[in-house]
Write a protein that binds this ligand. Structure first.
Ligand code: ADP
Ligand code: MG
Ligand code: ZN
Length: 481
């Protein structure tokens, strides 16, 4: 029997708000000494009262709108009760039956065709403290407790590990475009839980049991754990067994899953409405204002670039991967329009030389010294025949190092192409005089040797001779004009 994987992901994303979800502590705890970003609220002291962080709510609604979700008029927070040492109050404030959003989707590129992955809901909750187990001792750092955490729950719409990977990357890209989450997995800003089941291929029924894998702290862990779990379930089903519903953890070091507990049900958490917080009435005007704040998102941007500039899917993909790079490219194209510089040429310089130098120097786009408008300036010099493409690469490197303008570099270094007929003619004559053997060979019928002589002219001019003119003059002299 051929089996098909069914995968649903729950993605947690820390929000880039200044303060925590329900108190005034700074949410930017990265690098801070343990237990320094704390107050009675996020320490879970009895009698302390939470206050809702408005920016966190707005970031969640923005995200949900980017995922084409519905934003219901009413939302509320609920207590999710469980006892674990990292949960300061013994409950987490989360959202149960009235989340901030529901029923959206994200598009992924499924071998060239777009595929919709349903987003069941995007809701808001708070992060937990962090535990460290060293030898026989456990340590707790409460700095992370109460940091706004957005949970994005997908429908079980993914049918392969690759689709789960593409979906996760798309989420991360959109969150970074919106500026609501850093997407920095090394710092734990994005974490995954994968739900996996198998069913006969072609079936449209969901399997009644699924396995949930928690603690997936990177894309790599999510991919490996999902692959591992699909293989494990395949083996059980093909030998006639049944897969138990359970919650598992992922052991990064040993590359295996381990059973944590049999899956808890919602009623195990004894959800009830958070009595210390008001219900939220989400006014339509507010939603409209937030919708107006949405930037151009990756799908729209890619479509526009392909239409406007005729870029390939590949070029579009690399240019739109990061919002800042796409903005840089857009500014360069805009500046190029006044000088009739082609967008495609700009794309080539950005994805070619610029990316190469950024990689070599390990630099991000905001550290690049070349201003976007300086790129069409350089291309204009090539188009006008002032410099060759090869020289342009040298100029570009210099621009990258110093931020100087292309025309200034060309002038200062005397790099302009030699297109002056008279000047080049005397160089050609000199080269032919210095290579009598090759000239004789040409005249006795070995015509391809002409290429060598043109090469010598290019060399004599350090690559600055106009190649077409150099070729023309060499041919003329050889033919005895
Ligand atoms: P909970 O984890 O709180 O029980 P849900 O039952 O709503 O929540 O489902 C959580 C996740 O499990 C969702 O991402 C959903 O897509 C996924 N899921 C549900 N049923 C299946 C299934 N049969 N196979 C794989 N994933 C599933
Ligand atoms: Mg779950
Ligand atoms: Zn606090």
């Amino acid at each position: 029997m051929e089996l098909e994987p069914v995968i649903g992901l729950e993605v947690h994303a820390q929000l880039l708000t200044a303060s925590k979800m329900f108190c005034g502590c700074s949410a930017d705890y990265s690098g801070a000494p343990a237990n320094t970003h704390v107050c009675p609220v996020c320490l879970g002291m009895p009698g302390s009262l939470p206050v809702i962080n408005q920016t966190a709510v707005e970031y969640t609604i923005l995200t949900a709108l980017a995922f084409h979700c519905e934003i219901p008029e009413f939302a509320k927070f609920d207590r999710k009760n469980y006892h674990y040492p990292d949960l300061m109050k013994g409950y987490q404030i989360s959202q149960y039956d009235l989340p901030l959003s529901r029923a959206g989707y994200v598009l992924i590129d499924d071998a060239g065709a777009p595929k919709r992955i349903g987003v069941r809901r995007v809701h808001l909750e708070e992060d937990t403290a962090k535990l460290f187990h060293v030898d026989d001792t456990s340590w707790i750092d409460v700095n992370r407790s109460g940091v706004p955490l957005m949970e994005i729950v997908s429908e079980p719409d993914m049918r392969s590990v690759e689709e789960a990977r593409l979906y996760s990357m798309k989420l991360r890209q959109i969150l970074r475009y919106l500026g609501v989450c850093s997407g920095d997995m090394e710092k734990g800003a994005m974490r995954f839980e994968a739900n996996i089941s198998l069913r006969p291929k072609g079936s449209d029924k969901l399997s009644a049991t699924r396995v949930e894998i928690k603690n997936l702290n990177s894309l790599r862990a999510m991919v490996h754990a999902t692959e591992y779990e699909i293989a494990r379930q395949t083996k059980i089903l093909q030998s006639g067994g049944t897969v138990e519903q359970e919650t598992m953890g992922w052991d990064e070091v040993r590359n295996t899953t381990y059973t944590q507990r049999s899956k808890e049900e919602a009623h195990d958490y004894r959800y009830f409405p958070e009595p210390d917080l008001p219900r939220l009435q989400v006014e339509r005007k507010w939603v409209d204002d937030l919708r107006a704040r949405l930037p151009e998102l990756p799908d729209e941007k890619s479509a526009r670039l392909m239409n406007e500039s005729g870029l390939s899917a590949y070029d579009t993909g690399v240019i739109t991967a990061e919002r800042e790079i796409a903005a840089y490219y857009d500014r360069a194209v805009q500046a190029g329009q006044a000088r009739s510089v082609d967008a495609k040429a700009i794309a080539n310089w950005v994805t070619g030389e610029l990316f190469r130098l950024m990689k070599e120097t390990n630099a991000e786009i905001d550290a690049v010294k070349i201003a976007p408008a300086q790129i069409p300036d350089l291309i204009a010099l090539v188009n006008a025949g002032t410099i060759s493409n090869t020289i342009a690469k040298t100029v570009f490197e210099e621009m990258y190092q110093t931020g100087a303008d292309a025309p200034a570099i060309v002038a200062a270094k005397g790099l302009a192409q030699i297109s002056d007929r008279g000047a080049l003619e005397s160089i050609v004559e000199k080269v032919l005089a210095e290579n009598p053997k090759q000239v004789a060979e040409y005249r006795s019928g070995k015509e391809p040797i002409a290429k060598f002589l043109v090469g010598q002219v290019m060399k004599a001019t350090k690559g600055q001779a106009n190649p077409a003119l150099a070729n023309e003059l060499v041919m003329r002299k050889l033919k005895g004009d």
